[in-house]
Write a protein that binds this ligand. Structure first.
Ligand code: ZN
Length: 60
């Protein structure tokens, strides 16, 4: 899952996305572009992948 609160350059966004790796990545990219004005690209996707955490760890 991705927790927007843990990603850099985010102001007051508390969205979390949970699902499979691919689902989370696609939705997080879309969210970052539409809600945060980021540009879609390898850099953004790499950053999102880095901020991903396993659901088990996040919910524990
Ligand atoms: Zn966000």
């Amino acid at each position: 899952m991705v927790d927007c609160r843990k990603t850099p350059s985010v102001s007051n966004c508390q969205m979390t996305i949970a699902g499979t790796h691919d689902e989370v990545l696609e939705l997080a990219v879309l969210h970052a572009v539409t809600s945060h004005g980021h540009e879609d690209g390898p850099e953004l996707r790499a950053g999102i992948e880095e901020s991903m955490t396993p659901v088990d760890a996040a919910m524990a």
